[in-house]
Ligand binder design. Structure first.
Ligand code: ADP
Ligand code: MG
Length: 316
């Protein structure tokens, strides 16, 4: 279990983490979601005692990090991707880590098996691909067989096979009763990985909810229609009392409408349809709505700005 109480981190004027209070429970994968710059990595570093909170505290299974007896056996972490410039082999990298933390040598072989690196254990880590490096980082996190695991953006940059592998591993770690806390800035990735969600924006807590509840609240369903006779269809729908809520790029979208009824109306009026499809709004949209007010720099601010743009940005 990880407990945060009023956790705050300031860098000068900047409040990176703002009075976060929440609990991460064992037995489920908890997703830690927020746009870039929201404060996820800073929060995770404070959980690991790598950054000192300005205020508030974190407890790992009841204790602050610096009061854990053998930290690696309590909490393991994969932090943001780092380059492997090691001339050492994967085996030696893990062995050094094990020896300096009183972890038996046999455990090195076990974790190499778990992450699928046993066959390349003697290869120098600088020859590793991004995915192999990520597996090595995970092996290091698992070395002490900890009850609590943190993964900071573990699937960033990986191919679909690597993403699938990490997702499956996290679920199995949670199923073993461990506390699994994983950050991402991608809603759709979390939707298929996490059972519980903590959402932050600009360092503040925006949501602490089960994934099922988040989906239930946010998965708006609608019907998408494409037709070469758009105006006629709009008239027919209007007369039938069907409200068209959104029209994007010439398509017609009907909220809460039944595809069957729209199809029948179109047939009655001999209107050609090229598409009639029931859909679900993506959770990514719900996430963007939730965090819209809190994103630090919107895309438009990233284009070379006219001079007044630079002044405006200061106010952000
Ligand atoms: P995330 O991981 O969610 O993308 P971070 O925790 O990396 O966000 O950053 C949160 C905010 O804190 C950002 O605005 C970032 O620029 C700022 N920040 C992070 N680390 C430092 C630091 N060492 N010094 C100054 N500002 C920092
Ligand atoms: Mg980060």
């Amino acid at each position: 279990m990880i407990e945060l109480a009023g956790l705050t981190k300031r860098y000068g004027e900047k409040v990176a983490v703002d009075r976060l209070t929440f609990t991460v429970r064992p037995g489920v994968v908890t997703g830690f979601l927020g746009p870039n710059g929201a404060g996820k990595s800073t929060t995770m570093r404070m959980m690991l005692g790598l950054d000192r909170p300005t205020a508030g505290e974190v407890r790992i299974d009841g204790r602050p990090y610096d009061r854990l007896k053998d930290p690696l056996t309590s909490i393991g972490a994969l932090l943001e991707a780092k380059a492997w410039h090691g001339g050492r082999s994967a085996f030696h990298h893990l062995l050094c880590l094990a020896q300096s933390n009183g972890i038996p040598r046999g455990r090195v072989h076990e974790v190499l098996e778990t992450v699928g690196l046993a066959a390349v254990a003697r290869k120098k880590t600088k020859t590793f691909s991004l995915g192999m490096g990520r597996r090595l980082g995970i092996a290091a996190a698992l070395l002490g067989d900890p009850r609590v695991l943190l993964f900071d953006e573990p699937v960033n940059g990986l191919d679909p096979e690597g993403i699938h592998w990490i997702r499956t591993l996290m679920k199995s770690l949670a199923a073993q009763g461990r506390t699994v806390f994983v950050s991402s800035h991608l809603m759709n990735e979390m939707a298929v990985t996490a059972d519980h969600l903590i959402v932050i924006g600009r360092g503040r807590l925006l949501a602490d909810t089960s994934m099922a509840e988040f989906i239930r609240r946010n998965a708006r369903s609608y019907v998408r229609i494409r037709t070469p006779e758009r105006e006629r269809l709009l008239d027919v729908l209007h007369e039938a009392g069907v409200t068209v809520v959104e029209t994007l790029g010439g398509d017609v979208e009907v909220a809460d409408g039944k595809a069957e009824r729209i199809g029948e109306l179109a047939a009655q009026h001999r209107i050609v349809l090229h598409e009639l499809s029931p859909r679900q709004a993506s959770l990514e949209e719900a996430f963007m709505r939730l965090t819209a007010q809190t994103v630090e720099y919107h895309a438009q601010d990233e284009t070379p700005a006219p001079r007044w743009g630079a002044d405006r940005r200061k106010g952000n």
